[in-house]
Write a new protein. Structure first.
Length: 543
């Protein structure tokens, strides 16, 4: 490749850990030409993000170090470059969009101040000029009501809106290279499609190059000109996108391409009893205004929804962020207040008090979206799984409870020998298995699974779905499966509810919803989910 914009040559990255040196990246080489998009793909822990962070020297030194290699940008060596050189390039010539905008944006500063900072540092703009440019950028990235959003804080924005703010910050100085690290991982399929289209349009508008890091091969097929496949710190295959997808040569690449969640939902017995039922369920949150904080309106998060889940059945709930999916699940578990009857295992529970509900908690469990956030970092895996056993008085002795922990860890595919380790010592997929084990150890009848696979690699997603199906078959579990990933929902659900703005748009058997949707909104969701890999697949290669 003649005169590459970025050249990474034989890069190695080591991390010093209490257990010794970990070789995270081993002799990686790749180039990014002017105007092209190169995708770095691979599963979590493959070294993608570490390689990208090395470009801007953002790794935590001296814990991380480079025993060898070279990174040049327009001929300038970045490894070991003086701070002044790096400051002039960071955010100016090379910008980065980080994976999780909620942790990358400062929660104490409003949106205007955070984008302005980039313009002050690199462009020396006055405050009025910076405000005008910030507004221009927010409109450019398609943020609705941009002027009203200037004073908003990150927590007041949705995931898609926060990602647009991150893109606006990255583009503030019209960089030559944009590094996008999993920029759409946790977004709804429709928002994901919008963000990808936005990035592609902005790339053309500014003539940028892009280094796109992801584990989603559907995105790669749409966005990238060339692909480098990483595994265990090494690039195992590289080439034009079409070649990688049509004739992969490495076994690991073939494994990634075949790692889509698959299979079909287990059919419940015809006479399976009803475990959970709601009728016209409502959850309204008051909007208060004025000095007296009077209620002036309500957010109708769940607005009259009827759901039935039978023994051994999975009901999938899909929709965009803010549609009310999670609120519905929490209301069915009586974890938030709601109006309307809720029947659990033949008993009305909507009016039960906390003490009356406590014995039922054993039989109704939840697995949250982010296991790293829902597992206590100060408790070992054994302590986390044992906590519910202690609360409900299960197991007469510590030895008996320990045996239960060992058994349930084996059931979810975890090595019981690791039970005295802590959550940070496990991968994302392993942590999700711990969260499932914590729920399963109580032998519940009903589990709400709230986006349990959204942040996981495709191959790990497939493993978790297979695990959930196996456990459902063994214990006749009833699932409410909440997700924005329709491929995952299709692989596990018998019935599907499509939600939007707190209401049911469409509801029925999974095959009907996926194969013959009646509503325009459902059809739009299906198109975004299943056509993402196909739309423009040849265009990216030909660009």
């Amino acid at each position: 490749m003649a005169d590459p914009l970025l050249k990474v040559d034989n890069l190695s990255v080591d991390f010093s850990t209490p257990g010794g040196v970990m070789h995270a990246v081993k002799g990686v080489s790749f180039e990014v030409a002017k105007g092209e998009t190169l995708a770095l793909v691979g599963e979590s822990g493959s070294g993608k993000s570490v390689s990208a962070l090395s470009i801007l020297q953002l790794l935590p030194y001296p814990v991380a170090r480079h025993p060898g290699g070279s990174i040049t940008f327009e001929g300038t060596e970045l490894l070991g470059a003086p701070d002044a050189t790096l400051r002039s390039i960071r955010g100016n010539d090379i910008a980065m969009i980080f994976q999780e905008p909620m942790t990358s944006l400062n929660p104490l500063h409003n949106i205007e101040k955070q984008i302005n900072e980039v313009l002050f540092v690199h462009k020396g703009l006055s405050k009025p000029a910076a405000r005008a440019r910030t507004l221009e950028l927010l409109k450019l990235v398609g943020l609705a009501d941009a002027e009203k959003r200037l004073n908003a804080y990150p927590h007041e924005l949705s995931g898609g809106q926060r990602q647009r703010v991150m893109i606006a910050m990255a583009l503030a100085n019209e960089p030559k290279l944009l590094v996008a690290d999993e920029p759409t991982t946790a977004l709804d399929v429709t928002i994901q499609a919008q963000i990808l289209e936005l990035l592609d349009d902005l790339k053309q508008k500014f003539g940028m190059s892009m280094l796109f890091i992801t584990h989603d091969l559907g995105i790669v097929q749409k966005m990238a000109d060339r692909v480098c496949v990483m595994n265990q710190g090494e690039i195992v295959e590289h080439g034009p996108t079409r070649q990688i997808f049509e004739s992969p040569s490495h076994a690991y690449t073939k494994h990634l391409l075949d790692a889509e969640p698959s299979g079909t939902a287990l059919a419940p017995a015809n006479d399976a009893p009803r475990i959970v039922h709601t009728d016209d369920l409502k959850v309204y949150f008051p909007i208060k205004a004025g000095v007296m904080r009077r209620t002036v309106d309500h957010v109708k998060a769940v607005d009259g929804i009827t759901v039935e889940v039978r023994e051994g059945e999975t009901v999938g709930v899909v929709g965009e962020s803010g549609s009310g999916k999670t609120t519905l699940g929490l209301a069915m578990l009586r974890l938030i207040s709601s109006d309307g009857p809720i029947e659990f295992d033949g008993r009305q529970i909507e009016d039960l008090q906390t003490k009356q509900l406590r014995p039922l908690r054993r039989e109704m469990q939840v697995v949250f979206q982010d296991p790293y956030g829902s597992l206590s970092p100060r408790m070992s895996i054994a302590q986390i799984i044992e906590e519910g056993l202690k609360v409900h008085g299960i197991g007469a002795t510590a030895a008996e409870r320990d045996q239960m922990i060992v058994t349930v860890m084996q059931e979810v595919g975890l090595d019981p020998a690791t039970r005295h380790r802590y959550p940070h010592e496990f991968s994302g997929g392993q942590r999700q298995r711990v969260a499932i084990a914590r729920a399963l150890v109580l032998r519940p009848k009903f589990i709400v699974l709230d986006e349990p696979t959204s942040a996981l690699d495709r191959s790990v997603q497939a493993q978790i779905i297979d695990l959930l199906r196996d456990l459902q078959e063994k214990y006749k579990l009833a699932y409410l499966f909440i997700s924005h990933d329709l491929k995952v929902v299709r692989a596990i659900s018998n019935q599907v509810i499509v939600m939007r703005n707190g209401k049911v748009v469409e509801q029925g058997p999974a095959d009907q919803i996926f194969d013959a949707p009646r509503e325009d909104y459902t059809r739009a969701l299906m198109a975004a989910a299943f056509d993402l890999a196909a739309v423009g697949a040849g265009e990216a290669v030909a660009t």
